[in-house]
Design a protein around this ligand. Structure first.
Ligand SMILES: NC(=O)c1ccc[n+]([C@@H]2O[C@H](COP(=O)([O-])OP(=O)(O)OC[C@H]3O[C@@H](n4cnc5c(N)ncnc54)[C@H](O)[C@@H]3O)[C@@H](O)[C@H]2O)c1
Length: 290
């Protein structure tokens, strides 16, 4: 297993900030980077608030929360973030072109020993790794939203991932407080593949007028014991992210994953979920544009 002291997280959106939070709490020096300086400022505020909340709830001691906060650094460029990292976790939007662009750059600027992980929810890590000269050091680390609360980490072994990289990713996940399952690469892994079908079916039902969004959510929570309804969940995840996943599963696994027209329409309208103030539901307290 390789030693990891410093983790860089590329992309400080919904997932990147949570991954940085968990990495810092796990004792790693953590460097967070985003194209947008505003995203880094938002991440810093949100991580502080979530750490304070964890202290309030008795889940973390105040000194541990303060030490974690001090382990966090914010970088102005990918180069600056990547230079000293032993492991880089990429969390930019769910588009193959963006992942390939980042991995191509990281491969050029990182030390040869640095491992590269993607937090993709569905895309082929093998394909992302293929643009590098270190495919054996590339792996999927699929965290869940909100990262500081969700227990699971899917570690995705790509075609060329070596045993050392796999063992290291599992160990890092455990130190970040996660329960780890190891998955052989396949579109959508376990969770995104099943969740995409449930969420898509809910949009079809809404479109067909079978029940209201609130009642579909209620039915799954009270009847099937899901902790959140499919519409509450998609608003949290982001409708754009869900649509990207479905488009990829449709392309790679077949017609049953074709995105529901209503989901496509909501994304076209800019109704992306909590992050834009409106998805299936409305969130008056959130900003109205990304
Ligand atoms: N949202 C979820 O619930 C969820 C859950 C698990 C995995 N994921 C996966 O995590 C990844 C990120 O999703 P998200 O929901 O955090 O997206 P997001 O849109 O909230 O955040 C993406 C961030 O990446 C930044 N970014 C874009 N291009 C960049 C670049 N070249 N360099 C640096 N930063 C860049 C953006 O400014 C933005 O802040 C996706 O692959 C997604 O599928 C998402």
């Amino acid at each position: 297993m390789s030693e990891v002291n410093t983790i860089a997280v590329i992309g400080a959106g919904i997932m990147g900030r949570g991954i940085a939070h968990a990495a810092a709490l796990g004792g790693y020096r953590t460097i967070l980077e985003d194209l947008l300086p505003g995203a880094l400022r938002k991440a810093e505020t949100e991580i502080r608030a979530n750490l304070d909340k964890a202290v309030e709830l008795g889940k973390v001691t105040a000194p541990d929360a303060d030490s974690a906060f001090q382990r966090l650094e914010y970088a102005g460029s990918v180069e600056q973030a990547a230079r000293e990292a032993d492991l880089i976790i990429e969390a930019v939007p769910e588009e193959m072109e963006s992942k390939i662009e980042i991995f191509t750059l990281l491969d050029k600027i990182c030390r040869p020993a640095t491992m590269l992980a993607s937090n993709t929810s569905s895309l082929s890590v093998t394909e992302i790794a293929s643009v590098t000269y270190r495919a054996k050091k590339c792996i999927g680390m699929h965290f869940f939203n909100p990262v500081h609360k969700m227990k699971l980490l899917e570690v995705v072994r790509a075609l060329d991932t070596d045993d050392d990289t796999l063992a290291t990713a599992v160990e890092v996940g455990k130190r970040m407080g996660k329960e780890v399952v190891v998955i052989k690469e396949s579109p959508g892994f376990v969770t995104s593949r099943i969740n995409a079908i449930i969420g898509n079916e809910a949009f079809h039902m809404l479109q067909e007028g079978i029940a209201s969004a609130a009642d579909i959510d209620k039915a799954l929570k009270l009847g099937l014991n899901h902790p959140m309804g499919p519409f509450e969940l998609v608003d949290l995840v982001g409708l754009d992210t869900r649509l990207s996943i479905l488009e990829y599963l449709h392309k790679s696994l077949g017609d049953k994953y074709r995105p529901a027209p209503l989901l496509v329409q909501y994304v076209k309208a800019g109704r992306l979920g909590r992050k834009t103030g409106r998805g299936v539901y409305e969130y008056p307290e959130a900003p109205s544009k990304p």
